[in-house]
Design a protein around this ligand. Structure first.
Ligand code: PAF
Length: 291
């Protein structure tokens, strides 16, 4: 049996409910989303419900993180289906603000995380994206003031940007990263996978495979540039175009890495299949931890 979560659309109503919980000593977890929920989101929700006494899910398709050429208008919106899934999952509160509540007339503030976190990987291909994400996440944190907030590791760069922003602004929220949920063929779940045609969906399985093969080569000691080049060739030969990037980076600073040491690394890639942009990343284990 599922119990409908309360649905609030104003910051006042959100704060009122979260205040009551916090004054009763209950721990609150927030899962920020843009809706079109899938198993990846539900995994975040389950983690919030397991670690906290109450879970809040926000659903807001944030216009400020889409460049003018991107898919803001097209981005899937499935309010009724999302609410049904959240009821089944046992979420207590859903925050679904209209755009004028998040960005009222005269809104003039932006949160920018600068430096290596927003220089490479997706940043040059999505101008303004991480500023839009940091701004809306800072707002959601301050509106809700949860104890914990949950993000998927599929958006690794986003997770590092949110961690940095939260630390730099002394926002008292523990940011929790949750491993990527994948289809049986390895494709990372994403709301944008719905854009893929059946034929593209088949081809899409090459994407995680190419990353896995790249990791095996790097972990086996192949030169990094050669492994990255082989991955790019593999993706291009399968019809991915353009390939925005394939890169090996320090997992925390996101600076490109070409010679391996003991630090945690991530292999990350973004490439287009028709009008769908796929992104993914995996940890790379080298040095003492290597197989
Ligand atoms: O990952 C997402 O769905 C969005 O970038 C987020 C974190 C909800 C901010 O709009």
């Amino acid at each position: 049996m599922s119990v409908e979560p309360s649905l609030v659309r104003s910051v006042e109503a959100l704060r009122e409910q979260v205040d009551v919980w916090r004054r009763s000593g209950l721990k609150v977890g927030l899962v920020p989303t843009m809706g079109a929920l899938h198993e990846g989101h539900l995994t975040l929700v389950r983690a919030a419900l397991a670690e906290c006494d109450r879970a809040v899910v926000s659903i807001f398709v944030n216009p400020r993180q889409f460049a003018p050429t991107e898919d803001f208008a097209l981005y899937p919106r499935r309010e009724a289906d999302d609410l049904a899934q959240l009821a089944l999952a046992g979420v207590q509160l859903v925050f679904m603000p209209p755009v004028e509540v998040v960005y009222p007339e005269g809104f003039a503030t932006a949160v920018t995380v600068s430096g290596s976190l927003t220089q490479g990987l997706c940043a040059p291909f999505r101008p303004g994206h991480f500023q839009g994400v940091a701004t809306v996440v800072a707002k959601l944190f301050l509106q809700c003031l949860p104890d914990h907030a949950y993000f998927g590791e599929k958006d690794w760069q986003q997770l590092q940007v949110v961690r940095r922003m939260t630390r730099d602004l002394d926002i008292p929220v523990a940011v929790v990263g949750i491993p990527t949920v994948r289809e049986p063929d390895g494709l990372a779940l994403s709301s944008r996978n719905h854009y893929l045609s059946p034929a593209q969906r088949e081809t899409a399985s090459v994407f995680p495979r190419a990353l896995r093969e790249g990791i095996e080569r790097i972990e086996a000691g192949d030169p990094v540039e050669a492994a990255l080049g082989a991955m790019r060739d593999r993706l291009a030969a399968s019809g991915f175009s353009p390939i925005d990037y394939v890169d090996l980076v320090d997992a925390v600073t996101l600076e490109p890495v070409r010679s391996l040491g003991e630090r945690p690394l991530r292999l990350a890639a973004a490439a287009w299949l028709g009008r769908t942009r796929l992104i993914d990343n995996w940890p790379v284990v080298t040095g003492a931890g290597a197989r």
